[in-house]
Design a protein. Structure first.
Length: 409
């Protein structure tokens, strides 16, 4: 892809302003996607649903994000990427209005479907957009800024949603996304340069990366990780209300604690995965499986639940950095196609986790949901361990032939 033309027409200050505009868009998207987690109980009450049915709001957005991530490049071939990003941001704004004023469940779900399309489209385009906005040497820093918006939203979305919902209702909390989305749209309109479509994309391209020996193990392990994570995370609020028995203010504080832990974890994880990527990907889901079991056993105690939520946020928010690093390492020459497939895998896993967890939560209680989460997370750890051992065995054979040392996990 020739990025020279784009970079020549984008002055450094304007380019970085566009990067920060996209970071704000990422923050708003993540807040929109996961706000239902902290508002599950009032949404269910307001629309006369069970908590499990309300949890499908995340499942629906995830499903449409999967479809968008797989098809958007092929469907919009020849469409200027600046215009496409602006359309997606406008769609996020419309979604916020629809959800905030939804008179019934079908309209509410329709609004969530629109935000899912934005999520899949935006994240599929994000890395390629950064490559075209800034010089090659600045791409890692630009991606760090983009993911910083993601981490910030993960930190504040749940506690802020819970706090706002207490005073202005769940509809008011969702409507707060609308003015931020409008600001994001204007900022992008003023700073994004024209970016003509250059990719010759098809849906099949993303799946071709599965031919690489280690990719199926990594993609499956990532899918299991996010499935297990969101089977539990989606239903934290009703669990904290009915089992831990804490009030809304305390729930907001616990969610904020989990978010702050995530920021700390995200800032540290880069130093760890630089030397021990595969070992980190093995340990993190296994540790979260143990935390899920501990939450099930000691969830009635607020004193016990606080440090467990801190650890869950610390690991769970940092782990995606590890998975995106794995994509760049496993597919150095196919990072864009691999990234598109990873977006689809992650969103499908989130959808399945939220949906499956909701069914279990409604019919079998929180114990079944959380132990299911623990089992799936442990399975994720096992799959990536097998992949890592096969990778090391292959490297040992090659290194024996050339006389060099084999890489560590």
């Amino acid at each position: 892809m020739d990025v020279t033309t784009d970079q020549k027409t984008t002055q450094p200050m304007a380019a970085w302003s566009a990067v920060f505009a996209l970071s704000l868009c990422a923050s708003t998207l993540v807040a929109s996607e996961f706000m239902p987690v902290s508002l599950l109980t009032p949404i269910a009450s307001g629309l006369h649903l069970t908590e499990g049915q309300a949890g499908q709001a995340i499942s629906v957005s995830g499903l449409f994000a999967v479809l968008a991530s797989l098809f958007i490049s092929a469907a919009t071939a020849g469409f200027d990427r600046r215009s496409l990003l602006l359309w997606l941001t406008g769609l996020m704004l419309v979604s916020g209005v629809i959800v905030a004023f939804a008179p019934n469940y079908p309209v509410f779900i329709a609004g969530r479907a629109l935000v899912g399309i934005t999520i899949g489209g935006f994240w599929s385009l994000s890395a390629a957009t950064m490559i075209r906005l800034v010089p090659t040497t600045d791409v890692p820093r630009a991606l760090a800024v983009l993911n910083g918006g993601n981490a910030l939203a993960t930190t504040i979305a749940a506690p802020l949603g819970s706090f706002l919902g207490q005073y202005i209702g769940w509809r008011g909390a969702f409507f707060c996304v609308v003015p931020v989305a409008a600001l994001t749209f204007v900022w992008q309109f003023l700073t994004l340069p024209a970016m003509p479509s250059q990719a010759r994309a098809s849906v099949a391209v993303a799946f071709k990366v599965l031919r690489h020996p280690q990719v199926p193990y990594g993609m499956l392990a990532a899918a299991l990780f996010f499935l297990g994570q969101f089977a539990l995370f989606t239903y934290l609020r009703p669990f904290l209300e009915t089992v831990t028995r804490v009030d809304v203010t305390t729930i907001s504080a616990l969610l904020l604690l989990m978010g702050v832990a995530g920021l700390i974890g995200t800032s540290i994880i880069g130093f760890v995965i630089r030397e021990r990527l595969y070992m980190s990907l093995i340990i993190m889901p296994f540790a979260m499986a143990l935390i899920a079991v501990a939450v099930t056993a000691f969830g009635s105690s607020p004193i016990a639940i606080a440090p467990l939520m801190f650890l869950w946020g610390f690991i769970g928010t940092a782990a995606p950095v590890g998975w995106w690093t794995w994509v760049s390492k496993a597919l150095p020459n196919d990072a864009e196609a691999g990234g598109g497939l990873m977006v689809a895998v992650v969103q499908l896993a989130i959808t399945t986790g939220a949906a499956g967890g909701g069914v279990l939560f409604d019919y079998s209680g929180y114990q079944s949901t959380f132990l299911f989460s623990a089992a799936i997370l442990a399975l994720s750890s096992s799959v990536i361990l097998v992949g890592a051992l096969r990778r090391k065995a292959t490297a040992d054979v090659r290194c024996a032939a050339c006389g060099s040392a084999s890489p560590a996990l």
